[in-house]
Design a protein around this ligand. Sequence first.
Ligand SMILES: NC(=O)c1ccc[n+]([C@@H]2O[C@H](COP(=O)([O-])OP(=O)(O)OC[C@H]3O[C@@H](n4cnc5c(N)ncnc54)[C@H](O)[C@@H]3O)[C@@H](O)[C@H]2O)c1
Length: 475
Amino acid sequence: MIPTSFPYQIKDLKLAEWGRKEILLAEQEMPGLMSLRDQFETNKPLKEVRITGSLHMTVQTAVLIETLVMLGADVRWASCNIFSTQDHAAAAVVKGTTNYSSVPVFAWKGETVAEYWDLLWQAFSFPRNMGPQLIVDDGGDAALLFHKGCELEDGSQWVEEDSHNEDEHELKRLLKQIFARDSSFWHRCKEDLRGVSEETTTGVLRLHQREEENSLLIPAINVNDSVTKSKFDNLYGCRESLIDGIKRATDVMIAGKTVVVCGYGNVGKGCAQSLRGYGARVIISESDPICALQALMEGYAVKSVDSVVHEADIFVTATGNIDVITVSHMKKMKDYAIVCNIGHFDNEIQVASLIREGVKRQPIKAQVAKYVFPDNHCIIILAEGRLVNLGCATGHPSFIMSISFSNQVMAQIMLWEKQQELENKVYLLPQKQDEMIARIHLLAQGGELVELCEGQSAYLDIQKDGPYKPREYRY
Ligand SMILES: NC(=O)c1ccc[n+]([C@@H]2O[C@H](COP(=O)([O-])OP(=O)(O)OC[C@H]3O[C@@H](n4cnc5c(N)ncnc54)[C@H](O)[C@@H]3O)[C@@H](O)[C@H]2O)c1
């Protein structure tokens, strides 16, 4: 139960009972996290380790948070997206029960961008003016706040430069406020910080950029590129949660529609497959010839957005890139075309520029808005161009998040236990752990594995208990 003067900022604590019921339901579908609890609850490998989480505050994340706590950690949490929090999950985590400790959560659905950064700072602010010892990050905002904080204390003038968007503006505002109050917080934080585990493609890209520039200040684990993450969550997760988001937002019939999916990486592959499964005519737009050829071999049309902009009913961005759907594209779209993003951040679609172009925004309901152009045609934009599956629905199913979050837990344990060995580089989890996570989830779903006999493992020159593939195998 919540101790007195316990810190938290959420929508409504009264939602806790509902949240707890859904968390218990999710646990049934999260065999990986449950088995890690069984394996490590007694030894508590994260005993008293201060962990800051910046990852969508959903029901499934609640199971991750409570797993970290059962492994001994002292956790504070914020969401990594202004629309993705499930308020009942946040309430349940804060309230706790006799079996689950209360955890400070700072998140609600529908934060402003300014609130978002302030809440992330709350998740960094442990008692006695201390920062975290480990970070769980999704998209790189927590790592960005930490690195920019250190750079400011080292004399960087970045906070005084013009901002390119609202997020950057609010991040700079927050950094200046923290610096004015405590000009050495981030360096003290750095002394204690042992690393970050990063959940997604875009966050990993940022970490690699820092590694290349020699500006990465802590060890990092790339959870995204565990095979059991990128080839499962990104693909099979989005295969289910994209349509969930579009349907909850619009109730539109997918069958018979023409849908453009921008990006045919892991996320795009999952999206295209489910859209086709529903009977849509799917067109892929890609910049990488290998991915584009894969799409063609799967039977999709492969076209540029420009060449099909007039004919499509739904546009989905899944690239992790900027300015993929431009204002000029949106001007040419059909009346009531639906536009959404399942990639990262809010800049795959030029939503912010629409208002500057005189387009009128008319809200329909939370996270669904009609944008009316001066010529009177309109389009429907979901979640303001931010993640549609988390803004308009509740993200991926529990089972797939169990796979991703098992990687997160293993990454946190590795960062802590191997802190003497790890350098300020980006690491992958060992292949055997990837295979172990796959094995747990396979067996939990009733799958069976072939066990290689001595002769077979000798013939292929692999150990009977793995790794089963060379590191460079692409799956
Ligand atoms: N919403 C979610 O639940 C969720 C889950 C996982 C990943 N993500 C995010 O989705 C994004 C994509 O992830 P991924 O794992 O598929 O990455 P990926 O690198 O496998 O695929 C992205 C693809 O987009 C293509 N691309 C880049 N710029 C393009 C452009 N202008 N037009 C067309 N195609 C372009 C690339 O060539 C690449 O093939 C990332 O930002 C990632 O962080 C979201």
